[in-house]
Structures are given as C-alpha cells and as structure tokens.
Design a protein around this ligand. Sequence first.
Ligand code: RB5
Length: 149
Amino acid sequence: MKIVLASDHAGFKLKEEIKKFLGERGIEFEDCGSYNEERTDYVDWGEKAINKIINGESQRGILICGTGLGMEIVANKFYGIRATPCYDLYTAKMARQHNDSNVLTLGGRITDKDLAKKIVEVWLETEFQGNRHKVRLDKIRKIEEKNFK
Ligand code: RB5
C-alpha cells in the first residue's frame, strides 16, 4: 500500500512528522506538497494527492491542513473517496471499521504530533468490518453514481 501525503502551510510541520513516522515503519509514501510553510491553498495540494488515488497510483491518503476540514471537503468531492477527519483514537478506529475511510485528514493546528502518529497507526491497522456497514457504503456509492454522471 502506498500512501499519498499533502498539506498546506498550516499542516506542513505535521506532515513532516508523519513522513518520519511512516519512513521508520517502512511504509511507502509520496509527498505531494506543499514543501514549506509559505501560505498556500490546501485545495491545490489536496487535489493533487487525491488524483493519485483516483488514477490508481496510490490506495490511501493523509491530508493535513489547519483543521483537517478544508482537506476533507476537497477530498470528498472525488468519486470513491471516503475522507474522514480524525481527532482521537476512537474516531480513527471507527473511520476504518465503519466507514472504510481511505483518506485521513488531520488538523495541524489542533492535533499534536504524538497523538497524530497514534491516530495514523490506528487508522492504518484497523480493518473495515463490512456487513451492515457495507450496506450503508453501497448506498453512498449509489448517491455518487447518480451525482457524478
Ligand atoms: C489556513 O489558514 C486554514 O484555513 C486551512 O489550513 C484549513 O484549516 C482550512 O480548512
């Protein structure tokens, strides 16, 4: 599994921490920017990263802005993306077990690096539970099919 990463200026520092964390664990990732703390628009970097999931180069993404909210909105504009902002270990676990989240969004101004790393760990290690949750995701897929065509 390859993970795409993106941030704006407000998420840049946390993105660097997450890169270290993934690197230490031998998890493959691609940094889609931004590349410094200069003010920039999260939309552009989020779009760049999500396009790599859409074209099959990557399977999951971690997008970081100030709150995780702008990145979530961008990511969820794409077909098949289930982006979830997670702020604690419970939301990270539920995002995977119930929502089959394929994009995690984090708030660089909200979540400190140690908690963020634990959130990433739980989000990466937790499996989707399927069953009734799959029924619900299938309904979401139907909405996407109506609205994306
Ligand atoms: C940038 O100031 C901030 O608005 C952005 O990082 C993000 O939090 C938006 O949702």
